[in-house]
Structures are given as structure tokens and as C-alpha cells.
Design a protein around this ligand. Structure first.
Ligand SMILES: [Zn+2]
Length: 77
């Protein structure tokens, strides 16, 4: 696996951060690849899709807390 800058990626752990309207989300010790040359961190597609699912869940539930309205009917359970 190689970085887009051509540097070598090494396997390690990293922290994922994102900020949404109602919350900030930080997940630590996520398996990630880091470029030896430019320090850019890359997550695998599988990891990203798992994180995305988690963020979506939190977004939905935090909306429910903020608005006081259950969102169950809007989503497939
Ligand atoms: Zn790089």
C-alpha cells in the first residue's frame, strides 16, 4: 500500500475526529495507515464505512435528544 505522494504507508493507530451540528465525535486507537513521508493518515474503506455508520447513528440519536422527538419511524429498523 502506498500514499498518493508516493511515500510508504505503515500500519498503526490513529484518532478519528468529526464535528457535526449537535456533537463532536472522537474515536481513538483506530487501525490506520500513516505515510512515512507526508504524515497523512489513511483509514481502510472497511474502517471508514464502520465509522460512518456509527456517526450516522449518533447523529440520529442526538437529533432525537435535541428535538425531543423519536426518529424511529424515519429510519429502517
Ligand atoms: Zn504521503
Amino acid at each position: 500500500m502506498q500514499c498518493k505522494c508516493g511515500g510508504v504507508l505503515i500500519e498503526g493507530k490513529s484518532t478519528y475526529r468529526t464535528s457535526k451540528k449537535n456533537f463532536s465525535f472522537i474515536l481513538e486507537n483506530i487501525p490506520a495507515f500513516k505515510c512515512m513521508r507526508c504524515d497523512e493518515v489513511t483509514f481502510s474503506e472497511e474502517t471508514m464505512s464502520k465509522i460512518q455508520r456509527l456517526v450516522n447513528n449518533i447523529e440520529r440519536d442526538s437529533n432525537e435528544i435535541v428535538t425531543g422527538q423519536a426518529s424511529v419511524n424515519l429510519y429502517d429498523y
